[in-house]
Design a protein around this ligand. Structure first.
Ligand SMILES: [Fe+2]
Ligand SMILES: [Fe+2]
Length: 248
């Protein structure tokens, strides 16, 4: 998985960090994802029947909350005095509240502990790989890189503890590989759906623009603005009123 994913991540990252405004967008999305993870981990800490996991999930939640703040601070630093779309996303409490809660159930409740840990392991390993590509290729600015390096240490720890927990389940004869495959497949499907939605939005925007310029725009040359104000309407005479009564 690693080689193929890295081969795909590298060109996508190279483009994403160079497009104007995109670093802020990326960082805002990371901040939101970290806050979502924090909510997922807090819900797990509350719901797990395993006492020893409660502390681990809670500490994990604190890490993710701190990461969310670091990313949000970077967004603000890159757009001083501007409340743009990227910043609006990280301020959107509604998005955070809805994160991971489907049909009134948290991620932990939907998956159960084994699948949840498989999910944490895969998601954290992917994040480590993704941040590693950014740093190896020197894509973010110096301050963001320093923040990423600090975050990466925590993420590496999240990978190692979730992997150790998955190994524990494996020794107990639980279908860990099956759970990891299911998580990877679901993440691939979700990624594909996100891509198709974004592509659909971009395509519809493009064709609407073409339509405005090619079909709607030229009519503006021929059109003229109506004169405003009151219009005098001719009052019907007595004969007109009598005719209207007859029609009624
Ligand atoms: Fe994180
Ligand atoms: Fe993490």
């Amino acid at each position: 998985m690693g080689q193929l994913r890295r081969a795909l991540l590298t060109p996508v990252s190279e483009i994403a960090w160079r497009l104007p405004g995109w670093p802020r967008r990326l960082l805002a999305e990371f901040s939101l994802a970290e806050r979502g993870s924090m909510v997922d981990m807090l819900a797990a800490a509350q719901a797990t029947p395993r006492r020893e996991m409660r502390r681990k999930y809670f500490l994990h939640a604190l890490d993710e909350g701190r990461h969310a703040t670091i990313f949000a601070d970077r967004v603000r630093a890159l757009s001083p005095g501007r409340a743009d779309r990227a910043e609006a996303v990280i301020e959107d409490a509604g998005l955070l509240q809805d994160h991971g809660i489907v049909g009134g159930q948290t991620l932990f409740e939907r998956l159960g502990e084994l699948d949840f840990l498989a999910f944490v392991y895969v998601a954290e390993a992917d994040a480590v790989e993704q941040f590693g590509v950014y740093l190896d290729r020197n894509l973010p600015d110096a301050e963001t890189s320093a923040s990423l390096r600090a975050i990466l240490k925590d993420e590496a720890f999240h990978v190692s503890y979730s992997r150790a927990e998955c190994e524990r389940y494996r020794k107990d004869g639980k279908p860990v590989d099956q759970a990891i495959r299911a998580v990877r497949w679901r993440r691939f499907k979700e990624g594909w759906m996100r891509f198709t939605r974004d592509f659909g939005e971009w395509t519809s925007g493009f064709w609407l623009l073409v339509l405005y310029f090619v079909a709607v725009g030229p009519f503006r040359v021929l059109a003229r603005v109506e004169t405003g104000g009151w219009k005098v309407v001719a009052r019907p005479g007595a004969a007109g009123l009598a005719a209207a009564r007859l029609e009624g």
